[in-house]
Design a protein around this ligand. Structure first.
Ligand SMILES: Nc1ncnc2c1ncn2[C@@H]1O[C@H](COP(=O)(O)OP(=O)(O)OP(=O)(O)O)[C@@H](O)[C@H]1O
Length: 252
């Protein structure tokens, strides 16, 4: 699904991501763990186009995507969520989901004048799709409420609905469990598993080890910008380099 070859991202002299290579297999929920500052978020930002990698290449189902803008990468089916979602607070949940897809006809000034019927039809289709995904994440009772009333966990669900409306093939989730109460966390996990069964591939950064070990396979471990190892939950647990990395040691 996604192949990264020798991805490096430097900030001044700091190699935040250092020659990282991996392949994410289609249909997996792959985990990405590592101590604070390991380079996980920076790697996500490189994959999603927020930071172009300093060097290396990225291919999504055989097509090069490194160097493309985040919009182009999103349009090709790779979406990401953020650790702290920031919806438009005064817009309703429904409106927040409806603004996510790209290239809406109504956003083009002339289209509103020349093809108003098509613009209206597109908006109806989009509203129906948005309501479908809002329902899927369990927020239909809040669809017409302003996003500011949502809890942290509900904002994560809203963000999931926002990306789902664009029908991504690969979703990068940045700490889906952080700051979420256990009931909503179950809902989020349930939605991830259900989407995965429908064919969506995931790459998940998560600090909650129980969550990662139960949800993800394989699991990749980063430390100090490098990919330390990748394997099953058991292999990660049994690898002394992983323990050492979490205790502050240098990667082998
Ligand atoms: N925009 C930036 N400018 C400069 N340095 C940065 C920037 N973003 C990240 N870094 C540095 O890159 C390194 C990796 O940070 P990153 O946030 O990717 O780690 P992480 O594994 O996601 O950590 P955490 O688990 O705490 O979120 C750190 O040394 C960090 O200070």
């Amino acid at each position: 699904m996604l192949t990264a070859q020798s991805i490096t991202k430097t900030f001044g002299g700091n190699r935040a991501v250092d020659e990282v290579s991996f392949t994410i297999k289609k249909g997996t929920i792959t985990g990405l763990i590592g101590p604070n500052g390991a380079g996980k978020t920076t790697l996500f930002n490189c994959l999603a186009g927020l930071f172009p990698p300093t060097s290396g290449s990225l291919s999504l189902e055989g097509e090069r995507i490194d160097g493309l803008s985040p919009d182009r990468i999103f349009a090709k089916g790779l979406a990401r969520t953020f650790q702290i979602p920031r919806p438009f607070p005064e817009m309703t949940v429904l409106e927040n989901v409806m603004v996510a897809p790209l290239h809406q006809r109504g956003e083009r000034f002339w289209a509103n004048w020349l093809t108003p019927g098509r613009v209206a039809a597109e908006e109806r289709t989009l509203a129906a799709a948005a309501r479908h995904w809002i329902d899927f994440v369990g927020l239909s009772h809040l669809a017409d409420q302003p996003a500011r009333v949502l809890s942290g966990g509900q904002r994560k669900l809203l963000e999931l609905a926002r990306v789902l409306v664009a029908k991504p093939r690969l979703i990068l989730l940045d700490e889906p469990g952080a700051g979420v109460n256990p009931v909503l966390l179950d809902a989020i996990v349930d939605r991830i598993v259900s989407l995965n069964r429908q064919g969506v591939t995931f790459l998940v950064i998560e600090h909650n080890m129980d969550l990662v070990m139960n949800l993800c396979s394989p699991i990749m471990v980063m430390a100090q910008g490098r990919l330390l190892m990748a394997g099953t939950a058991q292999e990660v647990r049994d690898d002394p380099r992983v323990v050492e990395a979490y205790l502050g040691g240098a990667p082998a």
